[in-house]
Design a binder for this molecule. Structure first.
Ligand code: SUG
Length: 443
């Protein structure tokens, strides 16, 4: 049975804002406090989904998580009426209020790690929601991601949805942003690459920014998903790269099926060599190393070239969906020209996802890839599949419910919460999951 890679994009939430919450993420730190435009952010995301769908890819979306997390506010001791809780958090702990309003779930590449059924010992598709323990605003995503994945992939004969790993430093997990699957479209002997920034035995350490992914977490996921130990590779991120703003692997490496494009400074030298050797021994695969003299790590981070969506289209050509920040950069152009010249890449498209980019999230961050066969495709909850009609409905929903300006002081207003609640309930109906959200129960 043929397997196809689906793109599940995170639908940007109505509270998208710039709170500067993410350490080691240079764009998010730089844009902290800016006025955001949630409506524009969501529309840019929707346009990207439609564009990718029109390239011939299978496209679905993950509905936004409910924000603000009122339940969590109470848990932190901000008691009383809604207005009192918001006021107290706003004045006493603005960073906590911002965390509970964050739309960071939109970066679906961090929602879970996925193992397609052909790679798993039991023949099921495995998904483990990421615990995202590196940041409070991200850690609160795990519970709802688990709920959502169970609803979308509800057929338990075909899918195994695991619990997120224990939410502790030793098991810090950031999901598919640190995972790559290499496969020559035969779905046999796939190589599953897990990239980590820290482990109990790591000797090379960062100086400026904390690494996020723990090797022990990647190892636990490989075990849980029933991956064959012979087809796993664990690679350590270069600490220098992390210090230059490479907080996830998908900021410095990209791949799909048999094609891999990676910066020469992505991993510690020993692991960079190990990866190159794997590809060198397999001429059916394609490996491109981008040299620092073509594109520095700093420019890779500022343009987000490696956070382009690299797609193998149904006609077996390769397309790159890149952020518009890449379109005028000489170094990026050089790399793209080289890839095209060598026949590795056939199409390049530049899309505007600027609202997301300002928080350090490019086209690839916004999506989770899930390889599915026909039986699994048919088993999905249909409400989250992007069709032309669904696109129009979602667009109208965004235009009706999203603000085009949001700043921090708006977050203390209980009337905003009422407005948001109406948006979430309307979406739940629209996607055929009427009981998806219940803020008083914590989801
Ligand atoms: O975790 N930004 C996210 C961006 C995640 C990008 N994902 C991938 N590379 N796959 C993060 O750093 C910023 C939120 C704020 O500051 O308001 C934020 O969480």
């Amino acid at each position: 049975m043929s397997n196809r890679e689906w793109q599940f994009d995170g639908l940007v939430g109505p509270t998208h804002n710039y709170a500067g919450l993410a350490t080691g993420n240079l764009a998010a730190a730089h844009n902290a406090g800016m006025v955001s435009n949630p409506r524009m952010a969501a529309l840019q995301g929707l346009e990207k989904m439609l564009f990718v769908r029109n390239l011939g890819m299978k496209q679905a979306f993950l509905p936004p998580h409910y924000r603000p997390l009122v339940f969590e506010l109470k848990r932190l001791g901000f008691l009383g009426s809604l207005g009192e809780s918001l006021d107290a958090a706003y004045t006493q702990a603005p960073h906590l209020l911002a965390a509970l309003y964050s739309s960071s779930f939109m970066w679906a590449a961090n929602a879970a790690t996925v193992t397609p059924s052909p790679d798993a010992a039991d023949g099921k598709t495995h998904l483990t929601p990421a615990n995202l323990t590196s940041h409070y605003h991200r850690s609160v995503e795990a519970a709802f991601s688990e709920r959502l994945l169970n609803r979308i992939f509800h057929n338990k004969k075909l899918f195994s949805i695991h619990n997120a790993l224990p939410p502790v430093e030793l098991m810090a997990d950031e999901g598919a942003a640190n995972h790559m699957r290499v496969n020559n479209n035969d779905n046999k002997n796939s190589l599953n690459i897990f990239v980590y920034g820290k482990s109990h035995e790591v000797t090379l350490r960062t100086q400026k920014h904390p690494p996020r992914q723990q090797r022990a977490a990647s190892e636990a996921i490989a075990r849980l998903h029933g991956l064959d130990a012979e087809h796993i590779m664990l690679l350590q991120q270069s600490p220098e790269a992390i210090d230059r703003g490479v907080f996830h692997n998908d900021v410095i490496a990209m791949n799909t099926t048999r094609l891999m494009v990676v910066h020469e400074g992505a991993f510690i030298p020993e692991h960079q060599k190990k990866l190159a050797a794997y590809f060198a021994a397999r001429p059916e695969l394609q490996f491109f190393e981008v040299r620092a003299d073509e594109l520095s790590v700093e420019d890779a981070v500022s343009t987000y070239l490696f956070n382009s969506q690299l797609l193998e289209l149904p006609d077996q050509t390769f397309a790159l969906v890149s952020p518009s920040e890449c379109s005028n950069h000489a170094g990026v152009r050089g790399v793209v020209d080289r890839l095209m010249g060598q026949g590795a890449l056939h199409h390049v498209h530049y899309l505007d996802v600027r609202e997301s980019m300002r928080n350090g999230g490019g086209p690839a961050c916004l999506r989770l890839r899930i390889v599915l066969d026909a039986e699994r495709e048919e088993s999905l909850h249909p409400g989250v599949v992007l069709t032309d009609q669904k696109y129009l409905l979602l667009k109208k929903w965004v235009e009706t419910h999203y603000r085009d300006r949001l700043q921090f002081s708006d977050l203390r207003d209980p009337a905003f919460v009422t407005e948001l609640d109406a948006a979430y309930q309307a979406l739940a109906e629209l996607i055929g999951m009427p009981d998806l959200y219940d803020p008083w129960r914590g989801y």
